[in-house]
Ligand binder design. Structure first.
Ligand code: NAP
Length: 483
């Protein structure tokens, strides 16, 4: 399959499909074949403005729509996504590269996320607070923030938008979604389903186009009350500066550098298998990807041998083919970066036990061999920069205190993993780790009901869960003096 049959390739603004004002179009490339899948409308500031204005016009009606009605629409959307899982997932695999089963899992998680917010929005309660004066009463009311913009990267093209659009719509905000330029196709297909919901025009909008121009419009247009951004720490920092002009409400989900601590009590073979599956999922192009592996020094060698064995079993290939474990990397630049990180590590003394280069057996596509490195030192770039690559460095530790110190020795604080059956060790690690998400014997710790987000330079705020809903609500304090 070279191209993808798309019913729609335009922007979705004010309840209709429209071309960008400039008429520009962008090719979407399949990373497995380097061929164009489709061309889509590619807009700029004026398209973002049209979408914000439509969202603003829709706000009064949507805000007043009963939360049970809003929830029913989102529940319907979740059901439609489940019915159309193949339709959405094939587009995702073709534009992003991940194997089809992973794309289906992300699509089902997208449905689950919309459904969870549909349910939980019904419980966005205010409070009654006892007053210190006898004749006064004090209550809080929750108020939707207003028009919300959402910007997301290419690595989870549906799920990351669902975490933003879901709470916005459920809580009475209206939404302008901007996916990454290179992965708009599954989002366009999602909006075909949203169109079938028959929402009031302007409640949910989709714009694809220049990131800098559109973000500029979101930042400087007073209609836009909140921006939720998922992406690199580097861009996140520039957004914090830009947001100061209007004190724009910002949620930031940024980069990570997740440590994995492997204690000596584990079943090494089993834990190596889980580590390798976790590490190479989506080619390591995951914000919470296990990134640095610290095995206890008494088991480091055996763990390394098992990890290499498990890595050799992985099948690399086009994500649409059966039995493929790892697809192509997302773009040529990502593959070059992986190569540069591995070369830097080797130059500084790392030993490459498997992989370590582009997969030259493929004529086309951005395939990189899953790589395991030993003899890794803190001076290597992959130990400080977020690698976002299929590279697994294995180091060691001795005591729990040393493990905590090594794990926390990073500017990032998104996810960390602990592999152990020792309850005391697990608790001490969970208490000592400076990370927003901690998986204990769990390399997939993300569900809609759990807060998702990072400490330090990994972001501001939390998505999912009741904490993620707070980001879309203002709290009004109402004080009433009685006669
Ligand atoms: P990125 O370059 O920061 O891009 C993310 C999004 O921002 C894309 O939609 C991109 O658009 C847009 N963008 C690019 N330049 C911009 C600008 N000047 N102003 C505003 N928006 C701009 O990140 P990436 O490298 O593509 O994505 C991977 C990063 O995302 C990693 O650091 C990863 O850890 C992080 N991430 C974090 C989470 C989390 O939940 N914490 C989840 C997933 C990924 P274009 O695509 O059109 O350039």
């Amino acid at each position: 399959m070279t191209s993808l049959e798309m019913k729609r390739t335009q922007l979705y603004i004010n309840g209709g499909w429209v071309e960008s004002e400039s008429g520009d179009r962008l090719d979407v490339i399949n990373p497995a074949t380097e061929e164009s899948l489709a061309t889509v409308s590619y807009g700029g500031a004026s398209d973002a403005r049209r979408a914000l204005e439509a969202a603003q016009a829709a706000l009064p009606l949507w805000r007043q729509t009963n939360v049970y009605e809003r929830a029913a629409k989102l529940k319907q959307l979740a059901d439609m996504i489940r019915e159309k899982v193949d339709y959405l997932a094939v587009a995702m695999t073709m534009e992003q590269g991940k194997p089809l089963p992973e794309a289906k899992a992300e699509t089902m998680a997208t449905a689950g996320t919309f459904e969870w917010f549909a349910e939980e929005a019904k419980r966005a309660y205010g409070r009654t607070i006892p007053h210190s004066a006898n004749h006064k009463r004090l209550i809080t009311m929750r108020h939707p923030v207003g028009v919300c913009a959402s910007v997301s990267p290419w690595n989870f093209p549906l799920l990351l938008q669902a975490r933003k659009i879901g709470p916005a719509l459920a809580l009475g905000c209206t939404s302008v979604a901007r996916p990454a330029s290179q992965t708009p196709l599954c989002m366009i297909r999602l909006f075909e389903l949203i169109e079938e919901l028959d929402l009031p025009p302007g409640v949910a909008n989709l714009v694809v186009g220049s990131p800098a121009e559109m973000m500029d419009e979101f930042m400087n247009n007073r209609i836009c009350r909140k921006i939720s951004f998922t992406g690199s720490t580097e861009i996140g920092k520039t957004l914090v500066q830009q947001s100061s002009a209007q004190l724009k409400r910002l949620s930031l989900e940024l980069g990570g550098h997740a440590p994995v601590i492997v204690f000596p009590d584990v079943d090494i073979q089993e834990v190596a298998k889980a580590s390798v599956i976790g590490k190479f999922r989506n080619n390591g192009q995951v914000c919470i990807s296990p990134t640095r592996f610290y095995a206890h020094q008494t088991i480091q060698n055996d763990y390394l041998v098992s990890c290499v064995e498990e890595t050799k079993k992985l099948k690399l290939g086009n994500g649409l083919e059966e039995d493929v474990d790892i697809g192509p990397m997302f773009e040529a630049k990502a593959m070059d970066k992986a190569d540069a990180l591995v070369s830097d590590a080797k130059t500084k003394g790392a030993s490459c036990l498997v992989g370590g280069s582009r997969a030259t057996r493929f004529e086309r596509g951005y395939f990189y061999e899953p790589t395991v490195l030993a003899d890794v030192g803190g001076d290597m770039a992959l130990m400080t920069e977020e690698p976002f690559a299929p590279v697994m460095p294995v180091l060691d530790f001795d005591t729990i205190d040393e493990a905590i110190q090594k794990a926390n020795d990073t500017k990032y604080g998104l996810a960390a993993y602990v592999l152990t059956n020792d309850l005391s060790a697990a608790f001490k690690m969970a208490e000592g780790l400076e990370f927003g998400i901690i998986g204990i014997n769990d390399t997939v710790p993300s569900v809609p009901q759990a807060p998702f987000g990072g400490m330090k330079e990994s972001g501001i705020g939390r998505e999912c869960s009741i904490e993620g809903m707070d980001a879309y609500l203002e709290t009004k304090s109402v004080s009433i003096a009685l006669n």
